[in-house]
Design a protein around this ligand. Structure first.
Ligand code: ATP
Length: 307
């Protein structure tokens, strides 16, 4: 099993009476792209700020690359790259000069470092163009370039695609996928743009009002959200026989409480219900189920809510 790059144990942050993050547990294995999903104010930024030492936790533990305790953590933080909001860049400087400024300020050796970072975010050819003339997508990519200057093993990105146009989103996504594939960078990315995350994330953490509701792999989530006909019957074994023998269905699962999820025959639900009834199965309910990421998240937090 892959080593956990990051673990949060019961991590809590209070601001006066407001509990921004409430006993959050989270774990990210090496190489994952972890989508931290939550509405505005859910606590995503606060979590990223605590991991990157921009905010001190009220309680709980952070384990980074297996290390915990402030001294060890601060060593391990050198292996992370962080992007929380758009960093401040000098409007009259070029992309390279801006990164050079930060490289020198942070004492990162090697003139090639800034050039490499620009290369990896697709900004190597921006020449003398001043930052103030960059599109929002370019600005965000420069922010990512800055977070990449130390070639981090773990990248922490807070809402990096917020406000980008569709083209900018695709560009940003492709850069992250390249980093993941080519450098095996582990990535934590927070967002409320769920459809976009689903093109990227290998696992998810859902957070609401500071509470981590669920962590789930993308594969398990796809399974959970798979379209099916959910049948509530009086006798699941009898119903299974009908599904297999009369309808030739193979792809179904039996859940506790005589509930069957049928993944085939979705184009002919009447035939399914009819076959069951004719065989003497008492059918209490039959419902089409299946959800996308957004539906799933909303059902977790208990319906549609606006921040
Ligand atoms: P957003 O996308 O809007 O930033 P978020 O999920 O990142 O949302 P946080 O910014 O972490 O949420 O905020 C979580 C809660 O903590 C909110 O209720 C917010 O008002 C509160 N909060 C965050 N920072 C502070 C602070 N410095 N002082 C007081 N309260 C804060």
């Amino acid at each position: 099993m892959a080593e956990n790059v990051l673990e949060l144990r019961s991590l809590t942050k209070r601001y006066g009476n407001n509990v921004a993050v409430n006993r959050a547990d989270l774990s990210i294995a090496q190489g994952e792209i972890y989508g931290l999903v939550g509405l505005n104010g859910a606590g995503k930024t606060t979590i990223i700020r605590m991991i990157s030492a921009q905010t001190i936790p009220t309680a709980g533990e952070i384990v980074l690359f297996g290390a915990t305790g402030e001294r060890a953590l601060s060593r391990m933080r050198a292996r992370t790259g962080v992007m929380v909001e758009t960093p401040s860049f000098y409007p009259y400087l070029s992309a390279l000069d801006n990164l050079e400024y930060y490289r020198l300020q942070r004492g990162i050796p090697g003139k090639h470092v800034a050039e490499e970072a620009l290369e990896s975010v697709g900004l190597a050819n921006t020449g003398k163009k001043k930052f103030k003339h960059f599109s929002l997508g370019m600005k965000q990519r420069l922010g990512l370039g800055l977070a990449l200057m130390n070639r981090p093993d773990l990248l922490l990105l807070d809402e990096p695609i917020n406000g980008l146009d569709p083209e900018g989103i695709v560009e940003f996504r492709n850069i992250l996928l390249d980093l993941s594939r080519q450098r095996q960078t582990t990535i934590l990315i927070s967002s409320h743009i769920l459809p976009e995350l689903s093109n990227l994330a290998t696992c998810y953490g859902f957070i609401d009002k500071g509470v981590m509701l669920e962590e789930i792999s993308a594969k398990a989530l796809r399974e959970k959200c798979r379209a099916c006909l959910e049948l509530q019957v009086d006798d699941a074994s009898k119903a299974s026989l009908v599904l297999e023998r009369t309808l030739g269905a193979q792809d179904y699962e039996v859940l506790p409480g005589n509930v069957i999820r049928l993944y085939g025959c979705l184009d002919r639900p009447e035939q399914v219900t009819q076959a069951l009834i004719q065989a003497g199965v008492s059918l209490r309910a039959a419902e089409n189920k299946g959800a996308n990421l957004e539906d799933y998240f909303l059902s977790l937090i208990g319906g549609v809510r606006h921040a």
